[in-house]
Design a protein around this ligand. Sequence first.
Ligand code: PA5
Length: 443
Amino acid sequence: KPVALHTNLLKEFVTDSQINHYQDHVSKLHTAMHERMAEGSDFLGWLDNPLEDHSEMLKAIQNVTDEIKKNADVLIVIGVGGSYLGARAVQEALAPYFGPKSEGVEVIYAGQNMSGAYLKQLLSYIKGKEIYVNVISKSGTTTEPAIAFRLIRDYMEARYGDESSERIIVTTDLKKGALRELADEKGYRSFVIADDIGGRYSVLTPVGLLPLCAAGCNISELINGAKRAAFDLQSETISDNPAYEYAVIRNILYSKGYTMELLASFEPSLKNFHEWWKQLFGESEGKGKKGIFPAAVSYSTDLHSIGQYIQDGHRFLFETILHFDQVEDDIEIPFMEDDRDGLNYLVDKTVNEINCLSKEGTAIAHVDGGVPVVKLNVHVLDEYHIGYLIYFFMKSCAMSAYLLGVNPFDQPGVEAYKNNMFALLNKPGYENQHKTLKERMDE
Ligand code: PA5
């Protein structure tokens, strides 16, 4: 299988009979999910989405990408949360460490923060470069991308005049939201985010696919990988469905007091994949005063910092080690006559082989230190396997949230900061809250 779950180091923390005990519960939730009877089932569109025919959409994305490549040096992707994390995760996982992928244009991101410095520097970075923009927001009303888009639209209109409407591509709801209205009014081309797919489950839709195609990724292979996963992970039986097994293990560990999960990788290009994974699990499970806190570490770098805590600090962590068996490049340790660094014992080994052994050593050390370790092995770091892995995590996350007793597809907690921010900014309609908050600030 393209992704395999290894639980050999877990025996002293989770037993087979504890896992099997969940089977009835998992079967019921599986049926409810697949028959669209589960909580939040209006947002289960991603479940069968990879199995559908996407040839028209892929063709449309390829056409726009060809045009972008012909006319632009840079594509600015504007979005926040699920509207950018997936694209950025896959793009960076597959890009070379230095310089852009030769098949693509440079893709940069905006609207994922409210840093004035970031936006000012972005506008000065794009001066003199040819630009296309893909603004992505399902609701079409999110403040961060709305601010970035206002600034960038202002720049595009000043720079390109009427031609700007050909260089701005919108990805949003079919009918609703300010962005849809603007797109219709200005004649921007648009891609649609299906009603039944929420932000953090949307990377395999035009939300992720257009930026990724422009960045030079093979999006058909990404979908093919997800399709294979949707096919492989259909069983309700835990022992036949590693996505469910992973969900069950997480829930057992949580019930035993392991309340934080560390996703650990040994390839630095996966840092933004970690961010996508953190959003997926954190926003899906962290509600009703429940949920595993998802965190991530990049090894071996972090073994020389937070690694001390993981090995030896307060015990409430478990670790999921994500490992890719084949990455494109590798290099051998050369022989040196003087051996002044004492590394000749490594001659003929590759750096990736050393990295891999450090992974095995780390896993055993962490188990010995009281950290349960699960391993997820992925065959190859490429589009197909990443597509598989994305679907694996989405299905696992939905089951895990259902096992926890929460709706995987809402995010009520996100509103609290927004309300306070709008009140402090004196947005019309927030006048009363403005006064109360000001008083609390000045206390
Ligand atoms: O997962 C989610 O639904 C959220 O993280 C959204 O993606 C995020 O808030 C951005 O929303 P929108 O696409 O409506 O701008």
